[in-house]
Design a protein. Structure first.
Lengths: 354, 344
């Protein structure tokens, strides 16, 4: 069974293995033991409420309970830009016009901003290759919205995600080469790695502060502004289906878009509902397609757990769970659990059932 | 003999010839000398009014002067040179100021210098030398020197009309095909017109269009094309003799650039200009001799201003002895005040 649970101290080895395999591109999870250890420690402090709620880093692990190992990770940063400066470019327009000459020129312009400061960010999503498909990615991503919904006051009203921008097989980013690199002689992969290590604000300090007029950049760079890396397209589609939209901000390094949504309007949040758990001794075939499954969370702050069960388990007021699932969720019969569709089609059947 | 005197209405046709002479060469090289007959005529009228004292800076209409280089033997005009008492002529005067920022990160142990061009009006209301043009065959001759330096003698004789700092814009790099790298990499994106058009507009129209179309924010040099970066602060090769003459005068390139072609703006302290410092008042006297070193001799106030070249045997005395022909050219007679400066 695949279960979402808070990241634990013992997950370091598995996490390091995953990060090593993932390679470049995942700036929030570099293959660096010390850094990963620090992240785990921060996540532990967060779940144990030993830090201010806004300083929290909520990291969730996807555990394969049979194999006893972590096969995925995802996270929520409660607030960005509180102890470092969080930079983005805002893609806006400058208009220069002269009536006298009949000239009216629109110039797309990048403005350096700190607009996302104090906003919650979903981050650090990584799923082992062996576990791709079958709705695992959806579970890993959407469980976060269930958590935010459950504990709204710990997060901002809005949540955003920075999508990975365009870079080629060699790790060259057209925007970085045309812009960042002119100010900071470093390869994109290095800069990217440094930002993963927590040095992003330092690099940003070396970047241009005045607006950048896009016509002064080569076409190759202009084309990738606001575009996602091919590998990230599915993740973008998933977030769009949740109600996330491009908010006009892009990453200062690779130009990847920032997408955002209000927590209350996220589809997983809107479509989730409470049921009482009823532990059933009847055999339940858990192995059904993703479209026919729903996510079940135990609603716990410290020990948040989510797994999926067939939508057919959902009744009017209750959800029947096999003992193994109840055990995985660490709940007892009669506990209130929260359900949300794993995939979009379940919405109708869940509604029909409830 | 060569004479520099204020431009007169009858000079219009000949000035247009000079402006258009040598094909596009001269034409291109003096953006502040209009090539439209009516505009030029207006400029001459304005210059005459300025010389006559009919315009004053107090009235918000700064003085502007236009002088011509004339051959006394043929009467032909071979060049022009102007002075704007206040750059911008009571409108903003645009330049880029080249400046630098250090982008440093203590944590990363990195520090790099970033060149930035800031839009600037700092030179507004400073005296500006302008409208210099000369027929190509006279470049680097005595007449060339006379035309350029006569303005400084004019300033020396009318010091109150001019500011304590003085500037001159030097045309920037333009390629054989007429393209201007600096413009193509920067201004073109915002003005949506070619260099020629923009340059003409800036000579003709009010400068409002620059305020409207020029990007309001500073520009990073490193984002310009390589050709544009190379052109920053560089003179057009045809202006090099002019540039060198101005450098001898004491002008130095500072941090200001032309906003269109990136050419340098030279600056100097007016009272330190070499022609001004080395000039001295003399009393005109006659002689039959025509020998000695060549000197610039200026005389007359306002519209009576004249400047010519003459050989002078002895400059140690208070009396300046020159042939009567020179008196005539200067429009002066024995006992009148003149001002002289040594030729280089």
């Amino acid at each position: 069974m695949l279960v979402i649970r808070p990241l634990q101290e013992t997950d370091l080895e598995d996490l390091y293995g995953m990060a090593q395999k993932a390679g470049k591109g995942l700036t929030t999870l570099p293959a660096d033991q010390d850094l990963l250890q620090r992240k785990i420690s921060r996540a532990r402090e967060t779940f144990n409420q030993r830090c201010a709620p806004e300083a929290g880093l909520y990291l969730f692990a996807l555990e394969d309970t049979e194999a006893g190992k972590v096969v995925g990770i995802s996270g929520i940063q409660a607030r960005v830009g509180l102890d470092e400066v969080f930079y983005n470019y805002r893609l806006s327009v400058t208009v220069n016009a002269s009536k006298e000459l009949g000239v009216h020129v629109r110039t797309p312009t990048l403005h350096l901003t700190n607009d996302m400061t104090d906003t919650s960010e979903i981050c650090s999503l990584l799923l082992s290759d062996d576990y791709q498909g079958g709705g695992n990615g959806l579970l890993l991503s959407r469980c976060r919205f269930m958590y935010m919904d459950e504990f709204r006051k710990h997060f901002s009203e809005k949540v955003f995600a920075e999508m990975r921008g365009v870079s080629d097989e060699q790790g060259l980013s057209p925007l970085w080469d045309a812009l960042g690199r002119k100010f900071f002689d470093m390869k994109f992969t290095e800069a990217d790695m440094l930002s993963g290590l927590g040095n992003k604000a330092f690099i940003a300090e070396l970047m241009p502060k005045f607006p950048i007029y896009l016509p002064m950049l080569p076409d190759s760079a202009r084309e990738v502004i606001g575009q996602v890396h091919g590998n990230t397209a599915p993740a973008l589609r998933m977030l769009q289906a949740e109600g996330f939209n491009f908010n006009g901000l892009v990453d200062i390094f690779d130009g990847g878009p920032v997408v955002e949504a209000f927590v209350r309007t996220i589809r997983t949040v809107r479509d989730s509902r409470n049921r009482y758990a009823m532990i059933t001794s009847k055999a339940v075939d858990l192995d059904v397609p993703a479209a026919e499954r729903v996510m079940v969370s135990n609603r716990s702050f410290r020990n948040f757990r989510v797994t999926t069960v067939p939508a057919s388990c959902v009744r009017t007021d209750t959800v029947s769970l096999p003992p193994a699932v109840a055990e995985a969720l660490q709940i007892e019969s009669g506990d209130l659990v929260r359900l949300a569709p794993l995939k979009d089609r379940v919405k109708t059947s869940a509604r029909a059932a409830g | 003999m060569w004479l520099v005197r204020p431009a007169l209405p009858d000079d219009v046709d000949q000035i247009l010839d000079v402006a258009g002479a040598a094909g596009s060469e001269t034409a291109r090289l003096s953006s502040t000398l209009p090539r439209q007959r009516d505009v030029l005529a207006e400029k001459i009228d304005y210059s005459m009014a300025s010389l006559a004292g009919n315009v004053t800076t107090e009235a918000g209409r700064p003085k502007r002067f236009l002088f011509v280089l004339q051959s006394t033997s043929t009467g032909r005009i071979h060049g022009t040179a102007g002075i704007d008492a206040r750059a911008g002529n009571s409108q903003p005067f645009y330049n880029y100021r080249r400046d630098a920022l250090i982008h440093a990160s203590h944590e990363l142990g990195v520090s790099s210098r970033v060149d930035v061009l800031y839009p600037s009006h700092a030179l507004t209301d400073q005296t500006l030398l302008c409208s210099f043009s000369i027929t190509p065959e006279l470049r680097n001759t005595e007449a060339f020197e006379l035309l350029s330096r006569a303005r400084i003698l004019f300033i020396a004789g009318h010091r109150d009309w001019f500011t304590s700092n003085i500037a001159v814009e030097i045309q920037g790099v333009q390629l054989e095909d007429g393209s201007v790298p600096f413009w193509d990499s920067l201004g073109r994106h915002f003005f949506n017109m070619d260099f020629e058009t923009a340059d003409q507009y800036s000579g003709l129209l009010s400068k409002t269009f620059i305020a409207e179309l020029m990007p309001p924010n500073p520009v990073y040099v490193t984002l310009l094309s390589e050709a544009a970066q190379a052109a920053i602060g560089q003179p057009h090769e045809l202006t090099v003799p002019n540039l060198e003459l101005l450098q001898r005068e004491g002008f130095r390139a500072g941090c200001y650039l032309d906003i269109f072609d990136g050419g340098p703006v030279l600056e100097a302290r007016t009272d330190a200009l070499r022609t001004l410092v080395t000039s001295q008042p003399k009393t005109l006297h006659g002689t039959y001799e025509d020998c000695g070193d060549t000197w610039l001799i200026s005389a007359g106030e306002g519209s009576g201003f004249r400047c010519t070249l003459a050989r002078v045997a002895n400059t140690l005395e208070g009396a300046l002895k020159v042939p009567v022909g020179v008196w005539k050219v200067l429009g002066k007679t024995a006992g009148d005040e003149v001002r002289i400066a040594p030729c280089w």
